[in-house]
Design a protein around this ligand. Structure first.
Ligand code: AMP
Length: 508
């Protein structure tokens, strides 16, 4: 039996019933039948025009649109490997991806066609095609010459379905190789765990070059044969308009913060909602509680990464604990170990390792790196640090590379950030280690003030004095900088590497 992910998704498509699949912002509806047919047309285009064969990579940097969805599904159907790229990536990044992955074809946006052609040529990519998200241009004339049926390639579970380059804050970005089995296992698990049901409608405002929007959101909705309110990007006001028509929403924490800034974001807006899911970056407990108070809904936080989709989730039924990412998902084994690989006890911080059918096959073209990142007994070293609480809930304490070692002592930034965030007048904070001649690294805090009286009066001295009475002295920041906002990437992750680089001379 084919283990092609597309076939697994399609087995649940409500075909022949005119059920909406993608409902676009202009009201246009693409049914499940349309989706199947258009994905077939794109698949024929890939094979007939670009000579794409199973196993070939197809690189994509186009805007979020139904065409991007058709293309993704078409790549699966052909048995090729989907390589999506963040639309923020610049020339030197793209050039690296193209020369590393050697795709058969590169789909770009019309605005960047000239430079894309040059990059593709330098990297030896045979075909380069621009796709306009409005469905106009030469590509579509050729596309509609193709027929709208296609026999999906019979992939094996271990065949590659996608390569996603990780953001790689240090060293070269790494291409995580994900198989059909990796993706389908995780999709089926999440679909069940979050209890998708008849009548569900997903509001989709995430980008689709990343695991969250491309896999988690799309696959669960498609497996359910549900309509997707498919929006080009997140916009709080638009979300408020659409939420009454939805039952499930997935977002990064910033989306929730922005929704709460809107006065007309109320329980009434959320009255048809069944589930709000957050992930990709830590959700502040403050946001969790404020959301609960405003809407009556409890955000469900989960944890995962490019290299394996989702690993843990707060329960659908049962207590969702703020500041935690819940329990290991069924079929996923998670352990937390110390420097010697020994499992740590409850409330002890260590390195998170995971194992399961969802965990990726390795890094593209990097066998050495792949070997380093797996233990002998097959666990993947996530690079995250975490701890268990007494009830078995997992908390993420931060990335191991963000761990600060000051005067030989370990400091976990999250612990300090949590204390700072509770000081009146603080909106949010980020704590990093900066090079220091004496201590090796000096704990340094970056704080965004609230726009209120407390915020206006807040000073560095006040924060430091407060911390001195709350936490051990070696953990107290040597310096506090006030910023108007923290640098974040599109997935809402605070880019601590930017802070470290920009402020690296502070103590020199
Ligand atoms: P990415 O591969 O871009 O999805 O990034 C994965 C990383 O995001 C993980 O290794 C974690 O460091 C972080 N992450 C994902 N979900 C959460 C969460 N719920 N809480 C804290 N960190 C998270």
């Amino acid at each position: 039996m084919s283990e092609n992910l597309y076939e697994i998704l399609k087995a649940n498509f409500p075909l022949g019933e005119a059920v909406p699949c993608l409902i676009l912002s202009d009201g246009k509806v693409i049914t499940y039948d349309d989706l199947d047919r258009e994905a077939a047309r794109f698949a024929n285009f890939l094979v007939n025009r670009c000579y794409v064969k199973p196993g070939d990579r197809v690189a994509v940097q186009i805007k979020k649109s139904p065409y991007a969805m058709f293309l993704y599904l078409a790549v699966l159907r052909v048995g090729a490997v989907y390589l999506p790229m963040n639309d923020a990536y610049q020339r030197h990044e793209i050039e690296y991806f193209l020369s590393d992955a050697k795709p058969q074809v590169f789909f770009c946006i019309p605005e960047k066609k000239e430079v894309s052609i040059e990059m593709a040529r330098n990297a030896g990519v045979p075909f380069i095609i621009d796709i306009d998200e409005r469905g106009i241009g030469g590509f579509f004339e050729l596309l509609y010459k193709e027929v709208d049926y296609f026999k999906t390639y019979e992939s094996k579970g271990d065949d590659l379905a996608a390569i996603l380059y990780t953001s790689g804050t240090t060293g070269r970005p790494k291409g995580a190789m994900l198989t059909h089995k990796n993706l389908s296992t995780n999709a089926i698990t999440l679909h069940r765990y979050w209890e998708f049901r008849k009548g569900d409608v997903l509001l989709h405002m995430l980008p689709i070059f990343h695991v969250h929007g491309l896999f988690v959101a799309n696959h669960t909705a498609l497996l359910n044969g549900s309509p997707i309110l498919f929006e080009p990007k997140f916009d709080a006001k638009r979300a408020i308009e659409l939420l009454p028509k939805a039952t499930v929403f997935m977002g990064v924490p910033t989306y929730y913060v922005r929704l709460l800034l809107e006065r007309n974001f109320t329980d009434e807006v959320c009255k048809n909602m069944r589930l709000f899911i957050s992930g990709s970056a830590p959700l502040l407990p403050e946001t969790f509680y404020e959301f609960q108070e405003r809407t009556g809904h409890t955000i469900l936080e989960r944890y995962g990464m490019t290299e394996g989709g989702m690993f843990s989730s707060n329960p659908y039924k049962g207590l969702r604990k703020p500041g935690t990412v819940g329990f290991p998902l069924p079929g996923v084994s998670i352990r937390i170990v110390d420097n010697n690989g020994k499992e740590v006890g409850i409330e002890e911080v260590g390195y998170i390792q995971v194992k399961g059918e969802n965990v990726f096959k390795g890094y593209w073209n990097m066998p050495e790196k792949t070997r380093e990142e797996f233990t002998e007994d097959g666990y993947f070293k996530t690079g995250d640090m975490g701890k268990w609480d007494k009830d078995g809930y997992l908390s993420i304490v931060g990335r191991s590379k963000d761990l600060i070692i000051t005067g030989g002592l370990n400091v976990y930034p999250k612990e300090i950030e949590e204390v700072i965030d509770r000081i009146p007048g603080v909106f949010e904070s980020a704590v990093v280690g900066l090079p220091h001649p004496d201590f090796g690294e000096a704990v340094t805090a970056f704080v965004v003030k609230k726009n209120d009286e407390d915020g206006k009066n807040l000073s560095e001295g006040q924060i430091i004095n407060h911390l001195k009475t709350t936490i051990a002295n070696f953990k107290v920041p040597k310096k506090v900088f006030f910023l108007s906002e923290l640098p974040r990437n599109t997935m809402g992750k605070v880019q601590k590497n930017i802070l470290r680089e920009k402020y690296s001379d502070t103590f020199k």
